[in-house]
Design a protein around this ligand. Structure first.
Ligand code: NJP
Length: 242
């Protein structure tokens, strides 16, 4: 049997992060699952009880750097190290630029950029000593800019730059993957406060990919160890069926 990897996922309470946690624990890996919603983490924990792998739920707000470093420390103390980190926690709060409250922009920057950086920073010493793997969750918005989501696109462009800087600085010690999904049918769009945009966009997400499909891509990247590195993976909905 292959050696189980010790994998830290943020934003594991919902959507893509939750699907990744289930797929990775189902494949026999050890998953350290974090997010703010304790009840959703506990339900995830119950769901993984019969799976081949192991899952420990650890509540975490990625915008609090001291919580992030304590979370990484707890994982290292419990399992002896970190092999893979997936800083997946992210938010898209869509609004026309001139209508958006500044707090929305700050929230996206704090979660999607600072949260990702804090997570990577906390995991990096262990990842480097284990020749580990960072799997960032970017977006089609990391390559393209769409109306009503300028700041979200900016944060995902930053995620891509973070991936590339890790890849170039640590090419002999770290594998780096960026997953760039198009629309995925998760509660992601329901977090947008602008009611009209939320209602207009929801149908695109309804016909989007399943989070389980994105998790298949993540599992493929994780299990490519020793064969190659999935540097970037772009996944789009298959519109032929809709
Ligand atoms: O969204 P959702 P997705 N601290 O809303 C967590 C990217 N993406 O799965 O804290 C810690 O179901 C939140 O947990 P909680 C997207 O940018 C998506 O679709 O309990 N965690 C929840 O678990 C993001 O990077 C699409 O509220 C925090 C999770 O984040 C990633 O995929 C397309 C947090 C969000 O789950 C997952 O999004 C694309 C905090 N401060 C990229 N704030 C798409 N769905 O179409 C939030 O291109 N979370």
């Amino acid at each position: 049997m292959k050696t189980p990897l010790r994998i830290w996922i943020t934003g594991a309470s919902s959507g893509i992060g939750r699907a990744c946690a289930l797929a990775l624990a189902g494949a026999g890996h050890r998953v350290w699952a974090s997010a703010r919603s304790l009840d959703q983490l506990e339900s995830l924990s119950r769901e993984t009880a019969d799976l081949q792998g192991e899952l420990i739920a650890h509540p975490l707000d990625v915008t609090a750097p001291e919580q992030v470093s304590a979370c990484a420390k707890a994982m290292v103390e419990t399992w002896g190290g970190i092999d893979v980190v997936i800083p997946n926690a992210g938010m898209g709060l869509f609004n026309p630029l001139q209508e958006a409250p500044l707090t929305e922009w700050h929230t996206m920057v704090e979660v999607n950029i600072s949260g990702v950086l804090s997570t990577i920073h906390a995991a990096l010493p262990s990842l480097l000593s284990n020749k580990g793997h960072v799997i960032n969750i970017g977006s089609l918005a990391a390559r393209q800019v769409f109306p009503n989501s300028g700041v979200y696109c900016a944060t995902k462009h930053a995620v891509l730059a973070i991936s590339e800087s890790l890849r170039t600085e640590f090419r002999n010690d770290l594998a780096v993957t960026t997953i760039n999904p198009g629309a995925v049918n998760t509660p992601f769009i329901d977090r947008t406060n602008n009611e009209e945009l939320r209602a207009n966009y929801r149908p695109q997400f309804d016909v989007g990919m399943t989070p389980e499909y994105v998790a298949e891509g993540v599992l493929f990247a994780v299990e490519s160890r020793g064969k190659g590195v999935v540097s970037e993976l772009t996944l789009r909905p298959d519109l032929r069926e809709s």
